[in-house]
Design a protein around this ligand. Structure first.
Ligand SMILES: [Zn+2]
Length: 150
């Protein structure tokens, strides 16, 4: 966690983004690290956890981080929590909570709330379109030879 805090501080002071750093740890060793780069890269997905996951996966040559931990300065937002699940990370440690982050203007708490609402009540409208054609992709994908499950 101290390395994640150092990374966050580096990112903040360089103007890359907010106070968010993260490391991915496997068997007690850091295999990936990152800090928030939303401002520096003009990339709203460049949160510390996502950057650290990408770094770890590139380093080990795998899309699975099963058995790994992530240490992140801030409690993960919904996007990062999703990325953590997709990466199959096994444990999360965080420094400050989303309530702490909300106090300095970050929206994580509101995004979590949005996801609890029925589709029709969410701030961003969401509706099906060309569903039949899109569903054909599912069967086509299942029939692909050499398909890698993830
Ligand atoms: Zn995030």
């Amino acid at each position: 966690m101290r390395r994640a805090i150092d990374l966050a501080r580096q990112g903040m002071s360089s103007g890359a983004g907010g106070p968010f750093g993260a490391v991915v740890v496997k068997d007690g060793e850091i295999i990936g690290e990152g800090h928030n780069q939303v401002v520096g890269r003009n990339d709203p997905t460049a949160h510390g956890e996502v950057v650290a996951i990408r770094n770890a996966c590139a380093r080990i040559g795998s899309f699975s981080l099963h058995g790994c931990e992530i240490h992140t300065t801030g409690e993960p937002c919904p996007m990062c929590l999703g990325a953590i699940h997709w990466a199959r990370i096994s444990r999360i440690y965080y420094g400050f909570s989303i309530t702490d982050a909300a106090a300095i203007g970050f929206d994580d708490r509101e995004f979590y709330r949005q996801f609890t609402l029925p589709l029709a009540e969410r701030e961003v409208p969401c509706a099906e379109l060309a569903s039949e054609e899109a569903r054909e992709l599912l069967g086509e994908y299942l029939a692909l030879p050499g398909r890698v499950a993830y």
